[in-house]
Design a protein. Structure first.
Length: 442
């Protein structure tokens, strides 16, 4: 049996660890431990400094303006940034948060993994190159599964037969698929109305289950000449700028996809909840900056994609689009079910994009071959395939965050909530508003 003194110490230890991790100086006689708040501040400043070398790195920042100004005033050499990152990782190893509050333990692990990713990105900027899988593991804490051509060919055979049944039997498979989809393009003069109707529905459904921060909002802009189809630029203060690329035709399914993914309950809500629950309520400054090439992106993209089916479970999406969006876009609602039957097949080709990126970035094929592979195995038009290769050039292994991220997030929610809709939303809400890593989802 332990002595009363030992029992008292065992009771106090978690409290001591929590206070240390949140920044309280150690009392006399305690082992000096670097507080997490100090590491967090240094991490934010380091992310901003890396952004001086990589224009895409800092996706969002709404921390102290003097930190941004200081980063803008000096370009720190890459080898020094790497040294500082590795030093911060060592400092974190001196903090034992094992007995602290759950969120503090998550915070400690999150900071360590984010810093490891930062060091990896600095090494890449310094000229180091790894394989696609090595890069994704280093940056995003995850490696996507491999699929051979036969995996996609089976889906494409089913798509081929289904299109022929509908009378689309002239030309190559991608030409016939594009001919089928031509009847489901949102006319440019109706795009904004359709998109805003989708946003309103996504917000209403999200607000049933999540408490949104007061005054949250976003602005939508339509842009051209981008490597992506849409982007959420979080501004802080619970506000976002969402840009939609209109270079290529926008099909009717993309309205809900983009409204949920970029808005509710996707990126906009994810960033707003992190700001509310972690930055404002807890003072955890590390969440005031979002380094794009980091494990945080797999959580962000995965939950944003999962958010589509959270907001519109089962047949609810088809019913809403058939009854609301198809008429608003001037499309035939009687063909909505057919469109989504075909789209379900296309969704099974999701990982084809990863395979094209893997082969291209590993130097096994060139850009033309990558675009051709995307046309043949991901059912992308030549124009969309070329846009996707541009995305590979700019964002590299980031592509895994969409499909693998969604699969990991879905499996995480299902393991903890099963088929209970309200329980699923509770788990999803916790995932959106706590320090999580891809390895936490497995």
């Amino acid at each position: 049996m332990r002595s009363p003194t030992a029992l008292l110490l065992s009771t106090l230890t978690p409290l001591l660890l929590a206070s240390l991790a949140c920044g309280r100086p150690p009392a006399e006689g305690e082992r000096p431990v670097a507080p997490l708040d100090e590491v967090a501040e240094a991490y934010v400043k380091l992310v901003l400094a890396v952004g001086r070398h990589d224009a895409d790195y800092v996706d969002a920042y709404y921390g102290p303006e003097e930190w941004r100004a200081a980063a803008a005033a000096e370009t720190i050499p890459l080898d020094e940034l790497r040294r500082r990152g590795e030093e911060l990782i060592e400092r974190l190893r001196g903090i034992d948060a094992g007995g602290a509050e759950r969120l503090v333990v998550l915070r400690h692990r999150y900071l360590a993994r984010q810093l490891g990713s930062l060091v990896a990105r600095v090494r890449m900027l310094s000229g180091e190159r790894w394989s696609f899988d090595e890069e994704s593991a280093a940056l995003y804490d995850a490696v996507a599964p491999h699929h051979d051509e036969a995996h996609f060919a089976a889906v494409l055979d089913t798509l081929d037969r289904r299109l022929r049944q509908e009378g689309f039997d002239d030309g190559s498979l991608i030409e016939r698929f594009d001919a089928f989809r031509a009847d489901f393009v949102i006319p440019s003069d109706r795009l904004d109305a359709v998109f805003r109707a989708a946003i309103d529905a996504c917000r209403e459904r999200t607000a049933r289950h999540l408490e949104l921060p007061p005054g949250e909002s976003f602005v939508v802009e339509y842009v051209n000449d981008k490597a992506w189809s849409a982007y959420n630029w979080y501004q802080g203060g619970y506000h976002s700028l969402i840009q939609v690329n209109v270079d290529l035709p926008i099909y009717v399914d993309r309205a809900i996809d983009l409204a949920c993914h970029e808005g509710y309950p996707g990126h906009h809500v994810y960033n707003a909840l992190l700001e509310k629950n972690l930055v404002r309520d807890r003072g955890w400054v590390e969440f005031s900056v979002y380094p794009l090439f980091s494990p945080q992106s797999l959580i962000a993209e995965g939950t944003a994609n999962l958010g589509i089916e959270m907001a519109f479970p089962g047949d609810e999406r088809l019913a809403f689009e058939r009854d609301v969006l198809f008429p608003l876009a001037g499309l035939d609602p009687e063909r909505a079910a057919l469109y989504y039957e075909i789209q379900a097949l296309i969704d099974q080709l999701s990982y084809a994009g990863n395979e094209a990126a893997r082969a291209y970035l590993d130097g096994e094929i060139d850009d033309a071959a990558a675009a051709d592979w995307l046309s043949r195995f991901a059912a992308m038009s030549p124009q969309r395939a070329e846009q996707r290769v541009r995305f590979f050039d700019q964002y590299r292994s980031y592509v895994i965050n969409y499909n693998l991220g969604q699969d990991l997030a879905r499996a995480y929610v299902e393991r903890r909530a099963g088929d209970d809709p309200e329980a699923r939303w509770r788990v999803f809400a916790d995932l959106l508003s706590s320090p999580r890593l891809p390895s936490d989802l497995r």
